[in-house]
Design a protein around this ligand. Structure first.
Ligand SMILES: CC(C)(COP(=O)(O)OP(=O)(O)OC[C@H]1O[C@@H](n2cnc3c(N)ncnc32)[C@H](O)[C@@H]1OP(=O)(O)O)[C@@H](O)C(=O)NCCC(=O)NCCS
Length: 329
């Protein structure tokens, strides 16, 4: 069998890596093109490649991230964009790329890696564990009531809304007191270039010109996917007119179904319970969060606390998906 060389990609190979990711994920074409046009930079991320016969045939990207854990920040790693060129599949390349990524993260002192996957058995063979998340579905019929009775001024996301204002809201959420992704300036910048939401469904609620809540979402086959619903603690009610606004934009005349991967501790959860929400947990069909504890291998990461499997066992009140780079895939 042709030997596979594993290594981190050179900066000059970014376009080739992007082409490889695109060949395995043609449905992401538009997003990948936009990302390339914006300079192809994920924050604190390193592409890893598998090379055979002088060609890149398999790759993945490792991400270093931090979460709020109490008042500390804890470090963890992520693996995304795992793919092998169609003609080179079934030779163990992706398996070896993933293992190489794990070794790189462990060598940096990271003790826990996460990823999102549909092909869970593939990762289970490599020791990854499923971490089911709360998932909710709820119906919504657009109503003028939400705007006429609302004290909130609703605005589309645009150049008039500053990123620091959104960061300020995000950082005051309960999740940030105990388990949400630390969104550094670099992570916000990445969000702007690896954009997953549809911009016409990104709305902000303001009170006296001050942003107090926002929602991000995108259209899916049978309705809307609510990616993020974030508010200052005292303005959770602003999320209702914001959801209504998303429906008015996407489907003004008809009832739609929202789907969201939302923590049951999210302030919206108890409001939705009174509105016919159906809760379940994520499954491989809808993509699963998976984690793997990495062996302690020394390392030199600058963050004192490493996120370990124990954090999952004791339960972090994080709002899944909205908190890390895998939200991008
Ligand atoms: C999934 C993928 C990365 C596997 O690459 P690969 O180099 O062929 O993987 P390996 O040779 O190391 O492992 C092959 C194993 O992957 C598993 N596998 C591959 N595709 C799978 C799929 N769609 N569903 C479930 N398992 C799958 C099989 O169990 C296979 O095992 P087998 O050889 O015993 O049949 C490749 O098929 C791909 O790029 N797919 C499109 C992108 C994608 O789905 N990425 C995963 C994101 S989580």
């Amino acid at each position: 069998m042709t030997p596979l060389t594993l290594r981190t990609a050179q900066p000059g190979e970014a376009a080739e890596v992007a082409r490889l990711i695109l060949s395995a994920n043609p449905h992401l074409e538009e997003r990948i093109q936009r990302f390339q046009a914006a300079g192809r930079r994920w924050h604190d991320a390193t592409p890893v490649v598998g090379e055979a016969e002088g060609r890149l045939c398999s790759c993945a990207v490792i991400f270093r991230r931090q979460i709020w854990a109490g008042s500390n920040q804890a470090a963890f790693g992520g693996i995304g964009a795992v793919c092998t060129q169609p003609a080179a599949r079934g030779r163990g390349y992706a398996t070896r790329v993933v293992q190489y990524c794990e070794d790189l993260l462990a060598a940096e002192g990271i003790r826990l890696a996460v990823l999102f996957a549909n092909i869970v058995e593939f990762y289970e063979r490599l020791g990854w564990v499923r971490q089911p998340e709360d998932e909710v579905e709820f119906p919504w019929t657009p109503s003028e009531r939400y705007s006429s009775e609302s004290p909130y001024d609703l605005r589309p996301f645009g150049p008039n809304v500053s990123q620091p204002a959104l960061a300020k809201i995000y950082e005051q959420t309960p999740e940030c007191a105990g388990g949400a992704l630390v969104r550094s300036e670099g992570v916000w910048r990445e969000y702007r270039t690896w954009q997953r939401e549809e911009l016409d469904l990104f709305w902000i609620a303001c009170v006296q010109e001050m942003p107090v809540a926002y929602v991000r979402g995108r259209r899916i086959a049978h309705g809307l996917f609510l990616q993020e619903a974030t508010s200052l603690p005292e303005h959770a009610r602003a999320l209702l007119p914001l959801l209504n606004q998303q429906v008015k934009v996407a489907s003004p005349a008809a009832r739609v179904t929202f789907r969201s991967i939302l923590s049951r501790r999210h302030p919206l959860a108890c409001i939705l319970d009174g509105m016919g929400a159906v809760w379940r947990v994520t499954s491989p069909q809808t993509s699963m969060l998976m984690s793997k504890e990495l062996p302690s291998a020394g390392g030199h990461r600058r963050v004192a606390t490493a996120l370990t499997g124990e954090h999952f066992r004791t339960g972090l009140p994080w709002q899944p998906r909205s908190w890390w780079a895998a939200d991008r895939f």
